[in-house]
Design a protein around this ligand. Structure first.
Ligand code: CP
Length: 313
């Protein structure tokens, strides 16, 4: 089964297939009944605006519909139902599942219990591979392609699942990756090990100015208060690594600024009006990219259903 759990398992060809399909969808939107009758189960055990709504928009624009589990506190998880049982039940109602969960590894575990495609929409501080696909799409459209980019990734590198997925994917496109963070929020050891094993070009910095003038892309992330086990640890780093319009005077004119959003205060609102800002476009790209991904996955299951029907006859 084609689950989408981690960017580590997406090849360069896989990524290019999705991005090419997304570009084709933007140029020539598919028929509104392309996947009529198909249902996408949305299982969000953590808050979301962009991921949940863009998946819902994507399946609806393909002619299908979304089945939303709703808030966790109105689901049977509150009665003690396990994640494994929850996804096993919901797979009987839907053709594919989208799962967001606060525990790292939850999507891997859940995928072992279902036969429909399961898409990881964020597992704690682990991975967020569909975010990476739309991040790469945004870079490809605005930074002159994906080959040999110099990318700065700044903020919460320790708990940032968008960062972990993006770092794996950028390695497949031979990017130079510059990680900018306080010492306490450096990349996790496991991710550093994987990047090293994959031959990634990686440097770490305390100060954005060490690298800002070289960057094609500056990817800013939020310091995620909800992930810190200790509020004092959060307070010690909150408010560091903000950028404003003055910061970007030291960047190349072509440098694009991205952020997976939501932002708190790491990008000053004055940046929004500059040519550098691409984070709202990035969020909007979630729809064509998730349409492309669902289109590919549902096409595959269409084929299987046709084969099953033939076998039965
Ligand atoms: N970027 C992202 O995952 O946003 P949401 O948390 O709003 O889904």
């Amino acid at each position: 089964r084609d689950h989408v759990i981690t960017a580590k398992n997406l090849s360069r060809a896989d990524i290019e297939t999705v991005l090419d399909r997304a570009a084709a969808i933007e140029r020539d939107p598919p028929d509104r009944d392309r996947h009529a009758g198909r249902l996408l189960g949305l299982c969000f055990f953590e808050p979301s605006t962009r991921t949940r709504m863009s998946f819902e928009a994507a399946i609806k624009r393909l002619g299908g519909d979304a089945l939303d589990m709703g808030p966790v506190d109105s689901s049977s998880a509150t009665k003690g139902e396990s994640l494994a049982d929850t996804v096993r039940v919901i797979e009987g109602y839907a053709d594919a599942l989208v799962l967001r969960h606060p525990s790292e590894g939850a999507a891997t575990m859940a995928s072992e219990f279902v036969d429909v495609p399961l898409l990881n929409a964020g597992d704690g501080a682990g991975q967020h591979p569909t975010q990476t696909l739309l991040d790469l799409y945004t870079m490809r459209e605005n930074a002159g392609g994906l080959a040999d980019l110099t990318v700065g990734i700044m903020g919460d590198l320790k708990y940032g699942r968008t960062v972990h997925s993006l770092a794996y994917a950028l390695t497949k496109f031979d990017a130079s990756q510059h990680f900018v963070s306080p010492e306490s929020l450096r990349l996790p050891r496991s991710v550093r090990y994987d990047l090293h094993e994959a031959g990634a070009q990686v440097r770490e910095h305390d100060d954005l100015d060490e690298v800002l003038s070289e960057l094609d892309v500056l990817y800013v992330t939020r310091i995620q208060r909800e992930r810190f086990p200790d509020e004092n640890e959060y307070r010690a780093v909150a408010g560091e690594y903000r950028i404003d319009a003055e910061t970007l005077e030291r960047a190349r004119d072509e440098c694009i600024v991205m952020h997976p959003l939501p932002r708190v205060d790491e990008i000053a609102p004055a940046v929004d009006a500059t040519e550098h800002a691409h984070y709202f476009e990035q969020a909007h790209n979630g729809v064509p990219v998730r349409m492309a991904l669902l289109d590919l996955l549902l096409d595959d299951t269409d084929g299987e259903e046709a084969a099953d029907a033939t076998d039965d006859s």
